[in-house]
Write a new protein. Structure first.
Ligand code: HEC
Ligand code: HEC
Length: 348
């Protein structure tokens, strides 16, 4: 696609999906016109988006208009739409699969499509793969189940169920055209950006000041978020309505990266690097529902999952004379670990 065609596609507002690997050759080392056009587009979508490097694979994920315009079977379109609907409003599964105030899109902002906001399509092209977090090979459904278990403090829909199929179909649709097993570390905008190390050790008291000034208005002084007429307006950052101790975002660096590029809502990239680290330290030094991998002892659980996980969280450490996570509170659900979460071993 030429830059002109690309521009035309955008002006015409018609469905488009631009997909390519950066075509700069080592010799020229200059991005192509096409690349520049996409970078321009990305900059519109996420103002702070860093420029992709020549080694990175840039994918602009299709949206629901593209789905309508596509030639997929109408039944498949309905399935993908259902997945989109579940992703954008996961609270419809509250009490069944979701036991906190989260929706997938609470953390995967930008419909799970946009770079640096936790796009979910990479999972569809990199899985099945080995995951250090649970030390075995995971499928796409299992990865989705992971976010239900930890981030939603819940119970995943059964593998193969209609809801699971719909969610997986939405992830795969977003990945349309990306080569399978394109190396995961080359995918531009995957996850949340890793911030530079802070100048000063992250400090929760400094973080509290940032929180009061920049976050409390929406997420509440007590971190409990805001619910109006049974509708979650702002999700909770700690406490029983929030993610549990095993969630990826309970790691301070993950939360700091998320906050820097997504919060305050509508004003991304307005905090300093230090403020993002401090506020993340503050939020993640509060209590939340138990890690579903709990062994009965928080310090021991921390040790068992230290590498690669709890070394980046405050779980099992002492704050104000109390060990974080030293409790049996599982939040609003009545079980610790959902049954579908299990180990796998192909060596036998
Ligand atoms: C509380 C925040 C939060 C919520 C809510 C959440 N996630 Fe996630 N999700 C994350 C984080 C953080 C990661 C990255 C984890 C990591 O760095 O290992 C992630 C990763 C993923 C990935 C892997 C992406 C990749 O690059 O491979 C998928 C797929 C995913 N989430 C799907 C979902 C779905 C589906 C839901 C809703 C059922 C959901 N998530 C809800 C925080 C969240
Ligand atoms: C104007 C209201 C507003 C402000 C101010 C705000 N947020 Fe948010 N925040 C939201 C909304 C809305 C979402 C859900 C995102 C979505 O649905 O797209 C969210 C989601 C989040 C999430 C992921 C979901 C969760 O509950 O864990 C975190 C973490 C977060 N905000 C942290 C912060 C921090 C830290 C600040 C201050 C630096 C902040 N927010 C300021 C409205 C706000």
């Amino acid at each position: 696609m030429s830059k002109e065609q690309f521009r035309y596609a955008r002006l015409a507002g018609c469905a488009f999906m631009v997909l390519f690997t950066l075509s700069a050759t080592a010799a020229e080392n200059e991005p192509s016109e096409e690349t520049l056009a996409v970078v321009e587009l990305l900059a519109e979508l996420t103002p702070s988006a860093p420029t992709p490097t020549p080694e990175q694979y840039v994918h602009v994920a299709p949206d629901m208009d593209d789905l309508d315009a596509s030639s997929l079977h109408p039944e498949l379109k309905k399935t993908i739409r259902r997945g989109y609907d579940l992703f954008m409003n996961t609270q419809q599964l509250r009490g069944k699969n979701v036991f906190n105030s989260m929706t997938c899109a609470s953390c995967h902002t930008g419909e799970g499509r946009l770079p640096h906001s936790g796009p979910v399509w990479p999972a569809a092209v990199t899985l099945p793969d080995y995951r250090p977090k649970n030390d075995h090979v995971n499928s796409l459904e299992e990865r989705i189940a992971g976010c239900f278990t930890y981030s939603m403090n819940g119970k995943p829909p059964a593998y193969g169920s209609d809801d699971m199929l719909a969610l997986a179909a939405y992830h795969q649709w977003l990945a349309k055209g990306v080569p399978m097993y394109q190396p995961g570390d080359t995918l531009y905008g995957r996850g949340y950006p890793e911030l530079d190390e802070p100048e000063l050790e992250p400090d929760r008291l400094r973080g509290k000041t940032v929180y009061k000034a920049q976050c409390a208005l929406c997420h509440g002084d007590d971190g409990g978020g805001k619910v109006e007429r049974d509708e979650v307006v702002f999700p909770a950052l700690w406490g029983d309505d929030s993610y549990n101790w095993g969630a990826g975002i309970a790691r301070v660096f993950t939360l700091a990266g998320f906050v820097q590029h997504n919060m305050p809502w509508g004003k991304p990239d307005t905090l300093t690097n230090q403020e993002s680290w401090d506020v993340a330290q503050y939020i993640n030094s509060h209590e939340r529902p138990q890690d579903p991998r709990y062994t009965g002892d928080a310090k021991e659980t921390r040790e068992r999952y230290l590498d690669p996980f709890h070394k980046a969280t405050l779980y099992g450490t002492e704050i104000d004379g109390k060990i974080l996570g030293d409790h049996d509170n599982v939040g609003h659900k009545d079980f610790l670990k959902p049954d579908v979460i299990r180990d796998r071993d192909f060596s036998k």
